[in-house]
Design a protein around this ligand. Structure first.
Ligand SMILES: Nc1ncnc2c1ncn2[C@@H]1O[C@H](COP(=O)(O)OP(=O)(O)O)[C@@H](O)[C@H]1O
Ligand SMILES: [Mg+2]
Length: 422
């Protein structure tokens, strides 16, 4: 008689073969997973089916805690609960970077029996996810005494290794996705900014071109020539101011600004800023009020830079407040700081826009046809300058149409604590 066929595949028992097939299936599914939730779903089912256990858990490390994210079991286990790393078996497997195989949970000192008593569990096996630096663990549980075999642990460990790669892929994918989104937002902002800046730079050029054309025709009277030159001069000055503002902001944002600080009284700074927006305010019938509390200490600031801060906040307040509104500036002290508060009764800030307020190029109305001029750089510059002085700036508004309040908080001068007002 012929010898019975003894090829290797025929010798593999059906249970082992089924488990291997299930593992291969899980690995394939994991390789296509695109989210952590997807991975959880795959692992919790596969872990239980691989060994035929009565329950499986998927645990993730959350700093110094083990988070029982998901489970598949005959009765509830610890889904959604967290335990300290030092007080659970998944923590032990992660901290020791090796599997824990426990045949009788009541005979093993590592087991927190109080957590197990309400459950069906008699035996368990736990393997860490990512051997070098564990990020989680996969557990198997049996309702009857069972010592997990070497083959079962090997299957679980293979599943854990694939899970680790899948988690790394998903994390990488997430960071690529957020980097791509951030790059798209930055690119869109740059495009919008180019449109805004072109608009802003073209506006003063119109009178320059118009009046210089008239001059070239040589038909103007002497007084018209004077007016032409004045208009051209004013337009050129506006253009210069725009270009200087752009250069200034890029220097400040690149961290190439040095401050010349000295103990300074905020009062004259605010008054000078009010003077420079007064004509714009008068044109809109906006009242500006300055309330200077007594004994406001001096601040260590660069006067010219603080002037820019005050001017930007005030010019915004006037710009974004409709006719007949009011603007109030207050200089006040707190125990360790001096605050400059600029509030207006203007159009307010939409809560959705508030987080972008101090970012450069950001304007709530980003269209190049918007009514208010400006390049969307003022508040970014304010924030950088204030932070350079060791201070903070914040904005508060109850919403659209409800006015805004900007607060600059600066450390009080340590050199001189008395206000230097006459
Ligand atoms: N006082 C204010 N009230 C309402 N919105 C404001 C106020 N100040 C600033 N904003 C909003 O913040 C945006 C950015 O301000 P800013 O950086 O100074 O740029 P710009 O004045 O050139 O528009 C403004 O376009 C506006 O949408
Ligand atoms: Mg502005």
């Amino acid at each position: 008689m012929d010898e019975p066929c003894t090829s290797r595949s025929a010798a593999v028992d059906p249970a082992t073969r089924a488990a291997t097939d299930r593992l291969i299936g899980a690995i394939q599914e994991l390789s296509m997973a695109r989210s952590l939730a997807g991975i959880q779903e795959i692992v919790r089912h596969a872990a239980r089916e691989l060994t035929g256990a009565d329950g499986a858990t998927f645990v993730l490390r959350d700093v110094d805690q083990c988070y029982y994210v998901d489970e598949d079991a005959i009765e509830p286990l610890w889904k959604g609960r967290r335990f300290p790393m030092s007080a659970c078996i998944s923590g032990w497997a992660m901290l020791n970077r090796k599997p824990a195989i426990i045949e009788d949970i009541f005979q093993d000192a590592r087991v927190p029996v109080d957590a197990y008593r309400p459950t069906f569990v008699k035996s368990l096996a736990m393997v860490p996810i990512r051997a070098m630096e564990p990020i989680g663990a996969i557990g198997n549980y049996w309702a009857r005494p069972h010592r997990a075999t070497e083959a079962e642990v090997r299957l679980l460990q293979a599943l854990a290794d694939s899970t680790s790669i899948a988690i790394e892929n998903v994390t990488l994918l997430d960071s690529l996705r957020s980097a791509k989104e951030a790059a798209e937002v930055a690119s869109r902002l740059k495009d919008e900014f180019l449109a805004t800046i072109s608009h802003e730079l073209r506006t003063p050029l119109n009178p320059i071109v118009g009046w210089s054309s008239l001059l070239l025709e040589e038909t103007l009277t002497a007084s018209e020539v004077r007016q032409a030159v004045e208009e051209i001069h004013a337009g050129a000055l506006k253009e210069l101011a725009h270009v200087e503002a752009l250069l200034d902001v890029s220097q400040i944002i690149a961290g190439r600004t040095s401050l010349e600080t000295g103990p300074t009284d905020l009062g004259p700074i605010v008054k000078a800023a009010i003077r420079s927006v007064q004509s714009a305010a008068l044109a809109k019938n906006i009242r500006i009020e300055f309330c200077e509390e007594s004994e406001v200490p001096r601040v260590d600031v660069d006067e010219k830079r603080m002037q820019q801060v005050a001017w930007n906040l005030l010019s915004n307040a006037v710009k974004f407040t409709p006719n007949s509104g009011s603007v109030r500036v207050t200089a006040m002290r707190s125990p360790t700081e001096v605050c400059l508060v600029v509030s207006d009764t203007g159009e307010g800030i939409d809560p959705d826009f508030a987080p972008s307020l101090f970012q450069r190029f950001r304007q709530e109305d980003g269209s190049s046809t918007r009514s208010a001029g400006g390049m969307g750089l003022g508040l970014a510059m304010v924030r950088h300058l204030v932070e350079l002085h060791g201070g903070r700036v914040s904005a508060q508004s109850s919403g659209k149409g409800l006015g805004s309040t900007f607060t600059v908080a600066l450390p009080a001068s340590r050199r001189s604590n008395t206000a230097g007002r006459a």
